[in-house]
Design a protein around this ligand. Structure first.
Ligand SMILES: [Zn+2]
Length: 243
């Protein structure tokens, strides 16, 4: 293969790899934000579960107060019942006693419901705390991996930039300027494989004369349509055809 064509192919490989590495680095803040959001969501679950539990505890205290109030009334009415003078008074106090007993029953039922609810809420709170702790560990691991990847990407970019400089210094200036001109116009991709008579990037059919020349990989030839520098990958173990 023509040495300059080989250099141009390597240059493209390096440029594409550097580009991909830079894109990954540029994605890091977004990935950080995603991790932050995951942690915030897990913390919010814990806070919500805690708030529901606190609400339940407050409700239970309120019911206890109400219950004490009705129990106090009940004892008072029972005492009064001992000293009633008239039948009318007796009925009135019995009515109050029945009412207080009804209230006590209602509040005891409500308390039981709230206690059952407290068991569920306590379990949910503990579960949310365990989930937060697991999420925290997973996120720490992700951050650590990201940090390691960041270092690797930067090292790779530095290494490839060095390799690029060596290749650039070996390339004839006119070839380099053709490469860079096309790269600028074609989104950083200045080289294309020619296969089955077409340019594999723009998919335009090459003139047979051009394709035959490209197959030999001995010249810097550009696609008539997209201007990319063309190269040919021979089929493995196939003899070079001379059509
Ligand atoms: Zn093309």
């Amino acid at each position: 293969m023509n040495a300059d064509l080989e250099r141009v192919i390597t240059l493209q490989r390096l440029d594409s790899a550097v580009d991909a590495a830079k894109k990954k680095l540029a994605d890091e803040p977004e990935r950080e934000r995603t991790l932050d959001a995951r942690l915030d969501a897990a913390k919010q679950h814990v806070a919500d579960a805690k708030a529901r539990l606190t609400e339940n505890q407050g409700a239970r205290r309120d019911i206890e107060k109400e219950l004490a109030l009705h129990q106090g009334r009940l004892s008072k009415f029972r005492e009064q019942a001992m000293s009633v003078k008239t039948n009318q008074e007796y009925h009135a106090i019995q009515h109050e006693i029945a009412h207080a007993q009804g209230e006590i029953k209602t509040h005891e039922d409500r308390m039981l419901e709230r206690m059952l609810e407290a068991d569920e809420l306590t379990a949910a709170f503990k579960k949310s705390e365990a989930e937060l702790s697991a999420e925290q560990k997973a996120i720490d691991a992700d951050r650590k991996a990201m940090k390691a990847e960041h270092t690797e990407l930067q090292a790779a970019i530095e290494k490839m930039t060095g390799e690029r400089a060596v290749i650039v210094s070996a390339l004839p200036p006119d070839v380099l300027s053709r490469f860079e001109q096309v790269a600028r116009k074609r989104n950083g991709v200045a080289v294309a494989e020619a296969k089955d008579g077409i340019c594999t990037i723009c998919h335009v059919r090459l003139r047979p004369q051009v394709f035959n020349t490209v197959r030999r990989n001995e010249e810097i030839l550009q696609c008539d349509s997209c201007q990319r520098i063309l190269y040919f990958v021979p089929a493995p173990a196939a003899t070079q055809a001379t059509t």
